[in-house]
Design a protein around this ligand. Structure first.
Ligand SMILES: Nc1ncnc2c1ncn2[C@@H]1O[C@H](COP(=O)(O)OP(=O)(O)O)[C@@H](O)[C@H]1O
Ligand SMILES: [Mg+2]
Length: 507
């Protein structure tokens, strides 16, 4: 048993990958197959901490060593509503590279507006040229085909359970044809118990040619080895058995437990009392570490958790109310405490740690931080979709600027052919609520987005807008829009009535 301990110097380190021979073999074989033109999809599935990212990193690293082009993206809990977020992460770099000309030749050109901020999705919505999600997916598919002309490709998406829907549709399309292409698509995802799963994710999982990997919990033996390598000391039978039981062989929890045991004053953590449920226990580790930190470090961690993928040290410092130098110092302490990653200090060591920090922020504080983050990002002119995701996480505060930004994010979503996302942004805008003078306009946009998303709510929303608008020309236009929505829904009689009322307004 470990009684007295010495803190490990520097960040928490883990050793080689244990007990993953089968998974590594499958990954290596898939990469070899792809290089001779026979592509595969690999779906790695398992709970948080079981070792998916570790395998994904191995795949990306090996592919790169083999001379393959590696495109990577990571789903983010906050960013899952951002249409084509994953696709932009995968291919955005290409649009900026010198290669972009040839890559976007032919049908691939249809994808360019999604990826190139210069042409920007917002600018594709010229009248008569409706954004077409099918064309986007087709263009992206051709982009990948063009890319394979230059050599084999590995596409690695980690935390794919948080992918946005349109990106998953594209990946699904690619996987359908993958066995004829020099490509490996690797998706690492958690099985999602609580949230409704997307169709695309379900299809991918069931895909006939996908290789499905489900990393198993580590055996008691491997748990002992991992503990020993993190603590730097031999681990006796008793501790090994308790740790295995308490961590259920989950490698992340093993490394957390080991790091906690190796900390000064670790006596307070009784390994025999560690049989609580897994998430609770990690919540406790994160809580203990946060509690041991000073106020600036804690505030910085909270800011990073709120910013999500938009986190930079500058933005986090502003949100935390810190100057640059103290912020960097705080980040260093957070890295030492195993909260932030040692390679990318504006990322958490693990999404579980982010969740722990995020959950520790009182809701009103969190909400205010999201709002300030949104305004900060908007001032910097970052992609409007990211501003929208921040605002959706902020409580309403009757702020006209917030309404404007949500409306702008909704326009962008419509331009990307995702009216469903626009509906959610505009509903959020209505709760802010808008100033009375803006209410009709926001509602009219909501009605139009609902109609485009083929939601039955559209008719009722149009009816509400009509109670707010006096101008006959505008009323006629609204009735015409409503008529078209009803037509599209196959409600001919109601559509006819709407058109007739519209004509009467105009008269
Ligand atoms: N097979 C393994 N052997 C040893 N350590 C592992 C293994 N798999 C994961 N780890 C360690 O466990 C932690 C969590 O792994 P990670 O790959 O991030 O899990 P996931 O992505 O499934 O949440 C990391 O610190 C990693 O180094
Ligand atoms: Mg992971």
């Amino acid at each position: 048993m470990i009684t007295s301990t010495r803190a490990p110097d520097g960040p928490l380190e883990t050793t080689a990958v244990l007990e993953r021979e089968h998974e590594l073999r499958v990954v290596d074989a898939s990469l070899a197959d792809a290089r001779v033109g026979k592509g595969t999809a690999i779906v790695i599935e398992g709970e948080a901490g079981i070792g998916k990212s570790t395998l994904a990193r191995h795949a990306a690293g090996t592919a790169r060593r083999l001379g393959m082009r590696v495109l990577r993206a990571q789903g983010g809990e906050l960013e899952r509503g951002l249409p084509y977020g994953i696709v932009t992460e995968l291919f955005g770099g290409l649009a900026r590279e010198g290669l972009s000309g040839e890559l976007f030749a032919g049908p691939a050109g249809a994808a360019l507006p999604l990826l190139d901020p210069a042409t920007g999705a917002g600018s594709v919505a010229v009248p008569g040229d409706r954004p077409d999600p099918v064309a986007y997916v087709h263009g992206l598919f051709w982009l990948v085909l063009n890319l394979t002309e230059l050599g084999p490709v590995a596409i690695v998406v980690d935390d794919a359970q948080w992918s946005d829907e349109p990106s998953l549709r594209f990946i699904h399309r690619l996987v359908e044809r993958i066995d004829e292409l020099p490509i490996v698509v690797l998706l690492a995802m958690r099985p999602e118990g609580d949230s409704p799963e997307s169709n695309a994710a379900r299809l991918l999982r069931a895909h006939r040619s996908a290789r499905h990997l489900v990393p198993a919990p580590l055996t008691e033996h491997a748990v002992g080895d991992l503990m020993a390598s993190v603590t730097g000391r031999p681990v006796g039978d008793g501790l090994r058995r308790t740790s295995w039981r308490a961590t259920r062989g989950n490698p992340f929890f093993v490394t957390e437990l080991a790091a906690e045991l190796a900390r000064p004053g670790a006596g307070r953590l009784d390994p025999d009392g560690l049989d609580a449920t897994v998430p609770d226990r990690v919540g406790r580790f994160v809580g203990l570490r946060l509690a041991a930190l000073d106020d600036p470090a804690r505030r910085l961690a909270e800011a990073v958790a709120v910013l999500g993928e938009s986190a930079t040290i500058r933005r986090a410092a502003i949100l935390a109310g810190l100057d640059a130098a103290p912020a960097v110092e705080a980040a260093r302490r957070l890295t030492e405490a195993g909260i932030l990653d040692d390679l990318a200090i504006t990322e958490f060591r693990h999404p579980i740690v982010r969740s722990g920090v995020y959950a520790s922020i009182p809701v009103p504080v969190r909400s205010a931080l999201h709002r300030r983050a949104a305004l900060l990002l908007a001032d910097e002119g970052v992609e409007i979709g990211l501003v929208g995701t921040q605002l959706e996480a902020a409580e309403p505060a009757a702020d006209a600027r917030v309404v404007d930004l949500l409306a702008a994010a909704a326009r962008d979503a419509v331009a990307r052919g995702e009216p469903g996302v626009a509906v959610s942004l505009l509903r959020r805008a209505m709760t802010e609520p808008p100033e009375p003078t803006m209410r009709a306009e926001v509602l009219a946009n909501l009605a139009r987005a609902e109609a485009e998303a083929a939601l039955p709510d559209a008719a009722a929303t149009y009816a509400t807008v009509l109670t707010l608008v006096d101008d006959p020309a505008r009323r006629a236009e609204l009735r015409r829009e409503l008529g078209h929505a009803l037509l599209a829904a196959g409600q001919w009689a109601a559509a006819r009535e709407a058109f007739e009322l519209g004509l009467a307004e105009g008269a």
